[in-house]
Write a protein that binds this ligand. Structure first.
Ligand code: MG
Length: 203
């Protein structure tokens, strides 16, 4: 399986990191399968970075193979949603951006993609889904998929031009404003609407 992620998909967060204009197409990157962290296992701060940021994101699980999927039919290609963190080694990312180098290391390192259990999308309006992240009990990010620059269906249309989507592939759909660093002994809790999706510790 592969993990596809979208950068700068919420206008307020884009301004936070990248004050220039919004992207014309979804900004896509990938994380390897070894980035997955499941079952609320703790995240161990890696020694290669002095600043790991959380980015809480709605994650979509692809349910059948597809290529060149049109936006109109994209909703047939996923049936479950979850919540994840796109952990980012921000200090390394800033270096790579300054050099014009690829991002892979700062986004795709081991355990950089914690994900919750996945739940059926039935009963949820995926285009108007509220989600939030608490750090040590305090809400630090609060977003709604209605505010995405590119909708889930538009993301699927775009990425499937380049990459065949396969059952089990995950798409991280971007993070709202409020990203920030984690420190040892922090606790992260993520919610979709009122439902608690994950809780894990930073060690
Ligand atoms: Mg992200």
């Amino acid at each position: 399986m592969k993990i596809i992620a979208v950068g700068w998909n919420y206008a307020d967060h884009s301004k936070e990191l990248n004050p220039s204009q919004l992207p014309e197409h979804p900004v896509i990157f990938m994380k390897p399968e070894t980035a997955l962290l499941k079952d609320n296992k703790p995240f161990y701060l890696p020694d290669f970075s002095g600043r790991i940021d959380y980015e809480c994101e709605v994650v979509v699980r692809i349910s059948k193979m597809g290529k060149n999927i049109s936006k109109k039919f994209a909703n047939r290609y996923y049936d479950e949603i979850g919540l994840g963190i796109d952990f980012t080694a921000r200090d390394l990312q800033n270096e790579f951006k300054a050099n014009g180098s690829p991002w892979e290391i700062c986004k795709g390192f081991d355990n950089s993609a914690p994900v919750s259990e996945f739940i059926s999308k039935e009963g949820y309006d995926v285009n108007n889904l509220h989600f939030s992240l608490k750090k040590n009990g305090e809400t630090v990010q609060s977003g709604d998929t209605a505010d995405m620059v590119f909708s889930i269906d538009e993301i699927i249309e775009y990425v499937s031009k380049f990459f065949t989507l396969k059952t089990g592939d995950l798409i991280f759909t971007g993070t709202p404003v409020g990203v920030g660093p984690v420190s040892i002994n922090d606790r992260l809790e993520g919610y979709i609407e009122e439902k608690k999706m994950f809780q894990f510790d930073i060690l």
